[in-house]
Ligand binder design. Structure first.
Ligand SMILES: C[S@@+](CC[C@H](N)C(=O)[O-])C[C@H]1O[C@@H](n2cnc3c(N)ncnc32)[C@H](O)[C@@H]1O
Length: 187
């Protein structure tokens, strides 16, 4: 009887520890990152692929790729191009890896767990970002330093404060929904 109580108690302690670790991960992901993981609206994914206008020689980076949905959508529309996702948080990263594991190999998508400020992106032909305005502005000097002339960047909703978009694509979406427009920039 005593042994059974010890086993049950140990199991409960293990379970509570696992739950506490999971909660710490979640809190860390949501409170200590400057841009939280907010996935790009599924309904607009084909619009991003259209706005990017990728070709077989393109190399697309998604800076803060979340669960990789934008890269996967673009890969489906242009499988010969190269795709790199950079994501610093563990939870969206794991989601991206799971999504990627469902795609037939070989494919041309790679996901790196990294801070995108520490990744050289000078070989990009295309960039996608879905970040908050402060982060957009923090990123601009790096983009201007590293991107070659003609690189196209597509972003959702939020603009750079110090750079004019080449094109704005507006969507007729319900008032409270995310993804009201895409902004296309040329470097
Ligand atoms: C709004 S979500 C967009 C996710 C994805 N691009 C999409 O459109 O579905 C922004 C993502 O950027 C990631 N992120 C923010 N700052 C980052 C950084 N410095 N390096 C890498 N990832 C970053 C966040 O963890 C989050 O997953």
């Amino acid at each position: 009887m005593e042994i059974l109580a010890i086993v049950v108690l140990s199991f409960l302690i293990l379970l509570l520890s696992a739950m506490a670790a999971f909660m710490v991960c979640l809190l860390w992901a949501s409170f200590f990152t400057r841009v939280p993981f907010v996935p790009f609206p599924k309904a607009l994914l084909p619009e991003v692929a259209k706005a990017l206008e990728l070709n077989a020689n393109s190399k697309l980076y998604d800076l803060g790729c979340g669960d990789g949905r934008v890269l996967i959508e673009c890969y489906k529309s242009q499988p010969s191009a190269q795709y790199v996702g950079i994501e610093k948080d563990i939870i969206p990263m794991v989601c991206a890896k799971i999504k990627l594991s469902k795609i037939k190999k070989p494919h041309t998508i790679s996901i790196l767990r990294k801070n995108f400020f520490k990744q050289n992106i000078s070989d990009a032909t295309h960039i996608f970002v879905y970040l908050l305005p402060g982060m957009m502005d923090a990123l601009l000097p790096k983009l201007e330093r590293e991107l070659v002339l003609g690189t196209k960047l597509v972003t959702c909703d939020f603009a750079f404060s110090q750079k004019e978009p080449a094109r704005i694509i507006n969507f007729d979406r319900p008032a409270k929904s995310l993804g009201k427009r895409l902004l296309v920039y040329k470097f």
